[in-house]
Design a protein around this ligand. Structure first.
Ligand SMILES: [Zn+2]
Length: 163
């Protein structure tokens, strides 16, 4: 049995029991949360989110890449969100690689150097500041007054504001 088989089994077992408003694609709290794909960050539980309240965008690191900007532009311009909550975290997988070493590895295996940035970092607070500034400086976004960046401690569950 694969992990996906197991997840499908659990889904069937749980049924459709999640409460919340399903009437609109526009998040009722008008907020977008950007965070890492890390399996210890249970976004919905951490913020007590119900269905229909917030957009949640995730990637490796929770870094604001062009694709994050693409989703944020749609979120703000077509789906009514006005605030951005960015959460990076301690003990992130991106601290385990360096930009050049990971690109070298991919190039060695594939013969092609990736055109995208790995976005590796050593200091998580710098990574939060960098991502928040990308949101604030993006010409494609219309709501940049309330953009706040935090570090989530995966061991204690404490959120610390950085910027
Ligand atoms: Zn991470």
């Amino acid at each position: 049995m694969t992990a996906i088989d197991e997840l499908l089994r659990r889904n069937e077992e749980l049924g459709n029991i999640v409460p919340g408003d399903r009437s609109s694609p526009m998040p009722s709290m008008q907020v977008t949360i950007l965070t890492c794909m890390d399996s210890r960050i249970r976004v919905f539980e951490i913020f007590g989110l119900k269905q229909g309240e917030a957009h949640v965008l995730r990637n490796a690191g929770g870094v604001v890449t062009d694709d994050m900007i693409r989703s944020l532009a749609l979120s703000q311009r077509k789906l009514g969100t006005r605030e951005v909550l960015l959460v990076h975290h301690t003990n992130c997988g991106l601290e385990l690689v360096t930009e050049d070493a990971f690109k070298d590895e991919l190039e060695t295996d594939s013969g092609m150097r990736p055109p995208w940035s790995v976005e590796a970092f050593r200091e998580v607070k710098d990574s939060v500041r960098g991502s928040v500034n990308r949101v604030r400086n993006s010409p494609y976004l219309i709501h940049k007054d309330t953009v706040r960046g935090f570090v989530y401690d995966v061991r204690t569950g404490v959120l610390t504001e950085v910027i």
